[in-house]
Design a protein. Sequence first.
Length: 138
Amino acid sequence: MKSFTKELWFCTKQEREFINITSTVEQCLAESGIQEGLCLVNAMHITASVFINDDERGLHHDFDKWLEKLAPHEPVSSYQHNQGEINADAHMKRQIMGREVLVAITEGKLHFGPWEQIFYGEFDGKRRKRVLVKIIGE
């Protein structure tokens, strides 16, 4: 069995942002040479997420609004964690959207369902953060 590891780095311009990283993960898969196996894509920071969904601008807007209703940034004083930091809501948003995705690899391609894409979700941005891509297989 072969193994491939690569770290992707992001520094968003906004506090909250969704970035389609599907093509970057596909490039990692091509670089790995693995034809059959599994691809793990994992956010390495506790205020960021990796998830699979549709690449549709309205949906991403809806995610942002929904997450803000579930874990509003303001008032920052409403979170005990914010005694020193002001990112408690980002931790909660990450918990909702998830830490990682696992995608099957078939015939050298990510084996997606219709419309599926991989996204990096940032909830406490404007600083460097990384995503781990780990591919195993033959």
